[in-house]
Design a protein around this ligand. Structure first.
Ligand SMILES: Cc1cc2nc3c(=O)[nH]c(=O)nc-3n(C[C@H](O)[C@H](O)[C@H](O)COP(=O)(O)O)c2cc1C
Length: 226
């Protein structure tokens, strides 16, 4: 793993180079007939990913940056997408991502559906959606997820796993006593897209990239060099 290793391929370098990419039957994508609205194309591709049994097609990488511009990224579940071009996700506001979004709302989402050689990149500013919608999201979660969100201190240093067990037990008991209890920290966020890019792999490496950019109420479209 040295930075200036020998030219022969050995160890992890050889292993990585031997791995195939785009080695499955890929769908075709004709950008000229793509819809005017990226949300319609997103829904089309998502539906197709679900139909192709892509594992966890609703998982996406959320990239944020702190006040100094240092990035961090993690995988989240996409909760919804609406006609206004807002992508929704939920998390604790005191988590690292929550703290970063509070000081720098600019963020990016990346979906990757390897079985179809597809990637979608979404950029925009993130805002909280308010206590009512956050509470509705919290109450729609499974009991285990609610207990975790209520008792957890996501992203903080965990000195002793026994402390987390005790907090979880306490949260379960509180939720059993009051099933309508909502974590004040739990937040439904919405990223309003300014641009959305659709990337389709091609076995001959003639990949297609189509970017939509928001211009007022409409979207303009451009092909990009791969
Ligand atoms: C498939 C998958 C789905 C996840 N979904 C969520 C989610 O919806 N909300 C969440 O807070 N964390 C989710 N996580 C955990 C996050 O990736 C991350 O570890 C956590 O949110 C803490 O991130 P932070 O310290 O950057 O704030 C998920 C992880 C994976 C692998």
């Amino acid at each position: 793993m040295s930075q200036d290793g020998p030219p022969e391929q050995s160890g992890i370098r050889g292993l990585l180079r031997a791995l195939p990419v785009f080695a499955c039957d890929l769908p075709t994508f004709t950008p000229h007939s793509a819809p005017d609205d990226p949300v319609a194309l997103f829904v089309d591709w998502l539906t197709s990913a679900i139909g192709a049994e892509v594992p966890e097609p609703h998982a996406m990488t959320l990239s944020t940056a702190d006040a100094g511009g240092r990035p961090s990224a993690r995988v989240l579940i996409c909760k919804d997408v609406d006609a206004a071009g807002r992508w929704y996700f939920a998390s604790g506001s005191s988590s690292r991502k929550g703290r970063e979004l509070a000081v720098n709302p600019h963020a990016a989402l990346t979906f990757h559906w390897p079985r179809q050689g597809r990637q979608i990149r979404v950029r925009g500013a993130v805002a909280t959606t308010g206590a009512e919608r956050s509470a509705a999201d919290f109450l729609a979660r499974s009991p285990a997820s609610r207990a975790e969100a209520l008792g957890g201190r996501q992203s903080q240093v965990l000195d002793d796993p026994a402390e987390a067990e005790a907090a979880l037990r306490d949260a379960r008991a509180r939720l059993e006593a009051d099933p309508d209890l909502v974590s004040a920290d739990w937040t439904l966020y919405a990223l309003t897209a300014t641009d959305v890019e659709f990337w389709q792999a091609d076995e001959r490496r003639r990949h297609t990239r189509l970017r939509y950019e928001r211009t007022g109420r409409d979207w303009t479209r451009h092909l990009l060099w791969p």
